[in-house]
Design a protein around this ligand. Structure first.
Ligand code: C2E
Ligand code: CA
Ligand code: CA
Length: 716
């Protein structure tokens, strides 16, 4: 546009006036020629020259967008000029590049300056460096993001990735940001942005290696290359690396934060300040994260051992279950747990569980979901369709054949294992319950046993529970009875003593065999109640006879293994007998041979104590177990009761010989031998021939209620 002389004059005068105005303003001012299609700089004040790190002559005749950063679009300026040309004020915030290639946020306020005719002749722009204000804003964004991520429990990885990305955006030029965390004394990259992605992936080690400047608080490495990675970084035209270590509360380095800057431009003081603030923020974030991890670790770890706990198991199960896979729940329990706790305490038990878990992991060969279920059991989820037969044969065999070591003692264990299946249809929580039921069933057997859950187990359990409830109720109401079965002199048939046997005629269930209800009471840990009740009835009967001055007979009572090892058994037993004022010689204690007499030392103490108090102890069901003979020599029994199965087999010549030896041996040890279950006169004769003194069985008498016994004794 060509201007007439008058307008030229006016433009010049306006310019002079604007220059003077500019000199009085502290911000940078620029006067642009509005009459040109691409407005160039006619004048700038000193403040602007300073802002640009340049000199005024160089700046003149340039256009504002020449100072643009690559990122800023030229269109912005087009629109800016267009609005000004229509006579309206306008503001623009752009990244501006200085002569030395550094950048800053420039807030440009433009004012159109018009002639008296109303034509816009000049643009007057006031420029402010608003970088620090913007940076504050940017920083508070990153801060908000990080705090939100803590609140929303976002993953560490995604939060650190975001931080790196924000830093990259902030820097407004190609930079590569990396956050490395320390784990097991090694750094791994926990956050990064995708700049130089391919190059980075090839040379990950160089970044992971971390600061080359550990020992310094903060340091800018610029144009100073460091030995082994020197060529690598040079290749990528990286001459500036900003790195800072992140320490934990104990001043140990837990992470490092690095910014690799492309090209040779150094970081500005502002950028360094920003990075410092990000480092501080990271520091806080990582500490919070660490505390959270610690709390989580504690919540998911067994209190006494390093093993994951039940909560960990159920939480992980939820994830596994969501994947809709089929699998098995396996609960493995150490049978000897009570012993181990007695000997080595809970501490020892925990060490043993850890050893077992390790062994299990090694045997399976791949990571499995495993946790401590309770004191003596591990729970395992087999979601890999690991063959259950293989588990049984291979893993259980190995777990129980290896020796475990506790406080320099070697030990072997046996396991009870309950297994159940879960699938997309069955609930896994129910599966855990089923595995428990299978385990309960496994506990009924001796040695290492694995049981797979099936419906009948649950039904049996329900039946047992019902039976137990009725039994305990009837016991409470004294509805159980005692029957006595006479024991006779095999030579004369004369009654010499009795065995007391529990009888239960339940109103609801009818007659229940002792074999059944005794087992249920034993499993439920209630057998001592029943034993003591039967003893009570026997003592009542005896004291009644005593009161009447009738002849007195010794009576044997059965004591279950569980009860026998009860800490206060001897004391309670003696107290009860003494309360009735019955001579100790009139009460005998029968313990079954299948009692776990493997705790030989304890058994010996208890038997000796009873014998010293005057109670004879009898070994019941002799010959059913394997080590009968060895027990005989070691434990101070007074009597053996030869099991019915032997007597049934007397026709067998070899059995006959074994029996003769046993009876002979017991005679040598001054033991009385009682033959159980004699049903025929032949059996009576055979036992006599062998040298047995006493017999008990249907051939002589059946177990009978007390009044019938009184009748028989009366008739004698
Ligand atoms: P046990 O101690 O071996 O008792 C002998 C069992 O053999 C009794 O069975 C008795 O009725 C049976 N019997 C006796 N003579 C003969 C015979 O000639 N032929 C046959 N076939 N059987 C004979 P019962 O009364 O059914 O008791 C079963 C088991 O229950 C007992 O075996 C004992 O272990 C246990 N038991 C009974 N009462 C009590 C008790 O009060 N406490 C404890 N802990 N266990 C008890
Ligand atoms: Ca018995
Ligand atoms: Ca018996």
């Amino acid at each position: 546009m060509t201007l007439n002389a008058h307008v030229q004059q006016e433009k010049k005068a306006l310019m002079q006036w604007l220059i003077r105005l500019g000199e009085q303003i502290q911000d940078g001012t620029v006067i642009l020629d509005a009459t040109s299609a691409s407005p160039e700089i006619l004048h700038c004040n000193e403040a602007f020259t300073k802002m640009m790190h340049g000199d005024a002559d160089v700046l003149k005749e340039k256009q504002l967008h020449h100072f643009n950063d690559d990122v800023t679009q030229q269109e912005l300026y087009q629109r800016f000029y267009f609005t000004l040309a229509t006579g309206q004020q306008q503001q623009l915030t752009v990244i501006t590049k200085r002569g030395d290639d550094t950048t800053f946020w420039n807030e440009v306020s433009g004012y159109p300056i018009s002639s008296t005719q109303g034509d816009v002749l000049l643009f007057f722009c006031i420029c402010r460096d608003v970088t620090s204000a913007i940076n504050d804003g940017v920083f508070s964004n990153i801060e908000k993001d990080v705090y939100a991520s803590i609140h929303e429990e976002r993953s560490l990885q995604s939060t650190l990735y975001d931080v790196c990305e924000q830093v990259r955006l902030f820097m407004r030029r190609p930079v590569y940001t990396v956050i490395c965390l320390k784990k097991n004394n090694q750094f791994y990259i926990a956050g990064k942005n995708d700049t130089f992605k391919q190059w980075h992936e090839r040379n990950e080690q160089a970044f992971r290696a971390g600061p080359y400047i550990y020992d310094e608080e903060e340091m800018i490495v610029s144009n100073r290359l460091w030995h082994h990675n020197r060529t690598l970084f040079q290749e990528q035209d990286i001459h500036c690396v900003w790195q800072q270590r992140i320490n934990n509360q104990q001043q140990r380095m837990v992470a490092h934060f690095s910014v690799y800057v492309d090209g040779s431009v150094r970081l500005t003081a502002q950028e360094r300040m920003y990075l410092q603030r990000v480092t501080n923020l990271l520091n806080v974030y990582l500490q919070v994260q660490q505390q959270k991890e610690e709390i989580e670790r504690l919540a998911y770890t067994d209190y006494y051992s390093t093993l994951p706990n039940h909560k960990y198991f159920t939480t992980s199960m939820q994830t596994i279950y969501r994947q809709r896979k089929d699998g098995h729940i396996v609960i493995l329990e150490i049978s000897e747990s009570q012993h181990i706790i007695d000997l080595y305490g809970r501490e020892g038990m925990s060490r043993l569980m850890e050893q077992m878990a390790n062994q299990m992991q090694q045997l399976v060969g791949e990571p499995i979901l495993l946790a401590r279920y309770d004191n003596a059991s591990l729970i395992v989820c087999n979601d890999r369709q690991y063959n259950m037969k293989k588990l049984n044969a291979h893993i259980l065999d190995n777990l129980t054949s290896a020796a475990y070591e506790l406080k320099e003692h070697k030990m072997y264990i046996t396991l009870k294992v309950g297994v159940s299946k879960y699938s997309a249809e069955t609930n896994w929580e129910e599966a855990i319950h089923h595995a428990e039921i299978a385990l309960s069933d496994a506990r009924k057997s001796i040695g290492t046993v694995m049981r797979m859950y099936d419906e009948s187990l649950k039904q049996n359990l329900q039946k047992e529970m019902d039976l137990l409830t009725h039994l305990l109720e009837d016991l409470q109401q004294r509805k159980l009875q005692v029957y006595l079965q006479p024991q006779v002199d095999l030579r004369t048939g004369e009654i010499v003593s009795f065995e007391a046997l529990a009888r239960w005629h339940s109103e609801l269930l009818g007659f229940v065999s002792p074999a059944e209800f005794i087992r249920v009471a034993e499993n439920a840990g209630k057998i001592h109640k029943l034993d003591m009740y039967i003893l009570h009835l026997v003592l009542e009967w005896q004291s009644e006879r005593k009161r009447k001055g009738l002849p007195m007979y010794p009576v044997s009572v059965n004591i279950s293994a569980d009860h026998f090892y009860y800490p206060t058994f001897v004391e309670d037993f003696t107290k009860k007998v003494d309360r009735f004022n019955i001579e100790h010689e009139l009460i005998k204690v029968e313990v079954t041979e299948s009692i776990e007499l493997n705790d030989m030392q304890r058994a010996k103490c208890i038997i000796s104590e009873l014998t010293e108090l005057g109670f004879d102890v009898s070994m019941d069901d002799f010959g059913v177990g394997y080590s009968s003979l060895s027990y005989l020599q070691q434990l101070p029994f007074r009597e053996i009761k030869i099991d019915r199965s032997f007597i049934n087999n007397l026709i067998d010549q070899r059995m006959h010989a074994v029996m003769r030896t046993i009876v002979q041996l017991s005679k040598d040890l001054s033991l009385r031998s009682v033959a159980e279950g004699i049903e025929t006169p032949e059996q009576q004769q055979k036992m006599l021939d062998i040298g047995c003194d006493i017999g008990q069985g249907y051939y002589f008498y059946r177990p009978m209620p007390l009044h019938e016994i009184d009748d028989i004794l009366y008739k004698k």
